[in-house]
Design a binder for this molecule. Structure first.
Ligand SMILES: C[S@@+](CC[C@H](N)C(=O)[O-])C[C@H]1O[C@@H](n2cnc3c(N)ncnc32)[C@H](O)[C@@H]1O
Length: 239
């Protein structure tokens, strides 16, 4: 039997969870215990009378850094009871490798995941080295904190876990599952604001529909993601 995917999120704002992970199919699966979510509040590990969690940047510079001697115990707490499990620790960070669907697939094969959400200017580097924490980025932009990135990462992972999506078939044709972006999709009514659904999709001829979809995928990939198109061409040996 598949084990429940166990996720732990280390954050300054535990009240922001489950957030979007509490709605739709992912939320339903959470309620049905197909996956678990635990938050670890960084504030509880603060130092001294004022429960200090951050400090100024060594060497000077603007902003504050989350302290290693605060985050360390928070990580130790999240690791408790996970000793025999495959639980990678990930720090959501704009400096990390960009999250891709193939990385999401790999992560979904683990027993769970520990996600560290940064705030301010980030976290003390020694923490990342000591716990061999992998850095993952949501993209080339800066968020105010790691919480939205953690929710996006978890949502992408959880929907791949068998039994979570009603129609597992829908995962097959998705963008990034092949090297091409997904083709355009339509639904009833056949005519809307005087625009018709492409004729071939009403033809019932599945061979022609597949050919049309593949062509549209190629066209979209070429236009929107020249990087993916180059990769695809290389694989297919297209000049
Ligand atoms: C204001 S950012 C810190 C940015 C950092 N000083 C830098 O320049 O790389 C605060 C936190 O937001 C999160 N964050 C910001 N952008 C992100 C991104 N693109 N992907 C993942 N997490 C991000 C990280 O957890 C980060 O520690």
């Amino acid at each position: 039997m598949k084990k429940t995917f166990n996720s732990k999120v280390i954050t300054l704002f535990p009240e922001s969870f489950p957030g979007l992970l509490g709605v739709g199919v992912i939320g339903k699966a959470l309620k049905n215990k197909l996956w678990k979510l635990q938050t670890i509040d960084i504030k509880k590990f603060g130092k001294g009378n004022y429960k200090k969690i951050d400090d100024t940047t060594a060497g000077g510079g603007p902003g504050m850094i989350l302290k290693a001697d605060v985050l360390g115990p928070a990580i130790d707490k999240s690791l408790k009871g996970c000793e025999d499990k495959k639980m990678p620790i990930i720090y959501l960070s704009p400096r990390g490798k960009p999250l891709t669907q193939s990385k999401v697939k790999k992560l979904s094969k683990n027993d769970g995941l520990i996600l560290l959400c940064g705030r301010y200017e980030g976290v003390d580097q020694r923490l990342l080295e000591k716990y061999k924490i992998e850095e993952i980025s949501l993209g080339d932009f800066i968020l105010a904190g790691g919480e939205i990135a953690a929710q996006a990462t978890l949502e992408a992972i959880i929907r791949l876990i068998p039994g979570i999506l009603g129609d597992a078939e829908s995962l097959k044709n998705e963008t990034f599952n092949s090297d091409l972006l997904e083709f355009p999709q339509y639904t009833r009514p056949r005519k809307w604001k005087n625009i018709e659904i492409p004729e071939v999709l009403n033809s019932g001829n599945h061979k022609n529909i597949d050919i049309w979809r593949k062509e549209m995928s190629k066209k979209l990939t070429k236009r929107n993601r020249p990087d993916l198109w180059e990769k695809y061409k290389k694989k297919q040996d297209i000049k």
